[in-house]
Design a protein around this ligand. Structure first.
Ligand code: ATP
Ligand code: MG
Length: 235
C-alpha cells in the first residue's frame, strides 16, 4: 500500500503479511512511516493505492471502529488513556466499544478485571488513570486493547520513557499476550534490545519503503539497515 501527504510519500508501496500468533517488529528511523502504516491499517488514513486485507476482508475504506470490530486494536505512541476515568472504566471502554458482541455494562465490568490481573493492575482498578505512572498507563492501554478481544494488536512504541526494568516487563507481557491469548502483535520500537529479544521477525522501513525483513539476527547483520540508522556506508 501507498499513503501520501501532499507531495510526501509517507508509506511507499510497502508489502508485508503477518501470520497468526506472530510477533513482528517494525523499526526504522524517525519519519520512516511506521505510525502512518499503523494508522492506515487502523483506518485513520485511507491509502491512495493498494490493499489491506485481514482474514480475507478488505479494510481500505472501513472506519476505525469497524476495523476494531474485525479484530484489530492498538496502543498509541504516547499513551492515550481516559485520565478522568478509573482504570477499570478505561478497560471497560475496550470491552464495550471495541467488540462485536459485548455483554451488558454490569457483566463486562466484572469480566474486565481478568485483564487487569493479567497485567498486574488489579490493585489500581478503582484509581483514576491520571494517578498512574507512564509504565502503568502503557500496561493499561494494553489491558484496554485486550478487552476488545482482538486477533491483532498494533503496538506503537512502548519503550520511550520507560526504565529498562519497566520495558522488560511490558515486553514480557506482549509475549504472554501472544502465548496465552494467541494474539498476533505488530510492534514499533526504537529500543533495539527489546525488539531484538522479543520478536519472531522484523520489518525495516526507511523513507516510506521496506528496506529489509528477516529474523532479528539477520536484521542486526544487514548493511542497508545499519546505513539507514547510521547515515551512510562510511559510518
Ligand atoms: N498527518 C500528517 N500530515 C502530513 N504529514 C504527515 C502526517 N503524518 C505523518 N506525516 C509525515 O509522514 C512521514 C512519516 O511519519 P510517521 O509519523 O509515520 O513516522 P514514524 O516512522 O512513525 O516516525 P517516529 O519514529 O518519529 O514516530 C513524516 O515525514 C511525517 O512528517
Ligand atoms: Mg511514529
Amino acid at each position: 500500500m501507498t499513503k501520501r501527504f501532499g507531495g510526501l510519500t509517507a508509506v511507499d508501496k510497502v508489502d508485508l503479511s503477518i501470520d497468526d500468533g506472530e510477533i513482528i517488529g517494525l523499526i526504522g528511523p524517525n519519519g520512516a512511516g511506521k505510525t502512518t502504516l499503523f494508522n492506515s491499517i487502523a483506518g485513520v488514513y485511507t491509502p491512495e493505492e493498494g490493499s489491506i486485507t485481514f482474514d480475507g476482508t478488505e479494510l481500505v475504506g472501513k472506519a476505525p471502529h469497524e476495523i476494531a470490530r474485525q479484530g484489530i486494536t492498538r496502543t498509541f505512541q504516547t499513551a492515550r488513556t481516559f485520565n478522568e476515568s478509573t482504570v477499570v472504566d478505561n478497560v471497560l471502554a475496550g470491552a464495550m466499544f471495541g467488540r462485536k458482541n459485548s455483554g451488558s455494562l454490569e457483566e463486562e465490568r466484572e469480566n474486565v478485571w481478568e485483564y487487569l490481573e493479567f497485567l498486574g493492575l488489579e490493585d489500581k482498578g478503582n484509581e483514576d488513570a491520571s494517578s498512574l505512572t507512564i509504565a502503568h498507563r502503557k500496561q493499561l492501554e494494553l489491558a484496554r486493547a485486550l478487552a476488545s478481544e482482538p486477533k491483532l494488536i498494533l503496538v506503537d512504541e512502548i519503550g520511550s520513557g520507560l526504565t529498562p526494568t519497566e520495558l522488560d516487563e511490558l515486553s514480557r507481557n506482549l509475549q504472554r499476550t501472544r502465548d496465552e491469548f494467541g494474539i498476533s502483535v505488530f510492534w514499533i520500537e526504537h529500543v533495539m534490545d527489546a525488539i531484538m529479544n522479543a520478536t519472531d521477525r522484523i520489518i525495516v522501513l526507511n523513507q516510506g519503503q521496506k528496506i529489509a525483513e528477516g529474523s532479528p539476527s539477520q536484521i542486526q547483520q544487514n548493511r542497508q539497515v545499519a546505513d539507514a540508522y547510521l547515515g551512510g556506508a562510511e559510518a
